[in-house]
Ligand binder design. Structure first.
Ligand code: CTP
Length: 212
């Protein structure tokens, strides 16, 4: 069975679930082919017109925080063999940075983010839908370590944001999208069997398109 190219793989799961590890593991296998990773996070709505205090108070775990229209437009461009200027997101400033990254069309697009399975338009263009399912205690531990190291946060701010926003939004919007996944991957990047199965499926599709 042939399909369109590029092949689009959606990788969702809660914050700190290990989406990045799964994405890296899949990208690594196809590194000799052309793969691009599009992070939904980079498509947070531009907030440069807002004061820093207002940006701090934004709910970044709600579907409306994302500019999915731009994200869809960019994926459509890649599907039409056109390059895009991918936005870059600054987590310390809570807004889009002024730089962009030019991305050329590729054979495989990995679309990764907490809410990529929430928007039906995004689901409809995906060939494979994955949900990385990791216990919430592991996710909060990872998030505390990562946000302090990479995103300029304090323990207090991470815990406060987790309890007031991240956790309730996860339960309301992210967890329910698990039902749309073709494959649910427990424990993310450590799950070699699940990643091997997904990689085999991707190879089969690419092979039927004469790409590998
Ligand atoms: N976020 C934030 N501040 C912003 C923008 C986003 O704290 N200005 C947070 C949101 O609260 C959201 C999280 O970023 O919960 C989304 O990123 P996450 O899924 O945690 O990171 P990934 O590296 O994409 O995924 P994983 O940890 O699963 O590898």
């Amino acid at each position: 069975m042939g399909t369109k190219t590029p092949l689009i793989i959606g990788i969702s799961g809660g914050s700190g679930s290990g989406k990045t590890s799964v994405t890296n593991a899949i990208s690594e296998v196809f590194k000799d082919h052309s793969v691009v990773v599009i992070q939904q996070d980079y498509y947070y709505k531009d907030q440069s017109h807002l004061a820093f205090e207002e940006r701090l108070n934004t709910n970044y775990d709600h579907p409306l925080a994302f500019d999915n229209d731009l994200l869809l437009e960019h994926i459509q461009n890649l599907l039409n063999n056109q390059s895009i200027k991918k936005p870059v997101y600054d987590y310390a400033q809570h807004t889009r940075s002024s730089e962009t990254i030019t991305i050329e069309p590729k054979d495989v697009i990995i679309l990764e983010g907490i809410l990529v399975l929430e928007d039906q338009r995004l689901r409809d263009i995906m060939d494979i839908k994955l949900f990385v399912d990791t216990d919430s205690d592991l996710r909060i531990i990872r998030r505390i370590l990562r946000d302090i190291k990479d995103r300029g946060r304090t323990v207090e701010s991470v815990v406060d944001q987790y309890l007031s926003v991240v956790r309730p939004m996860h339960n309301q919007f992210i967890e329910p999208t698990k039902r749309y996944a073709d494959v649910i991957i427990p424990e993310g990047g450590q799950n070699e069997v699940a990643i091997d199965l997904v990689v085999t499926k991707i190879k089969t599709i690419l092979d039927s398109d004469g790409i590998v």
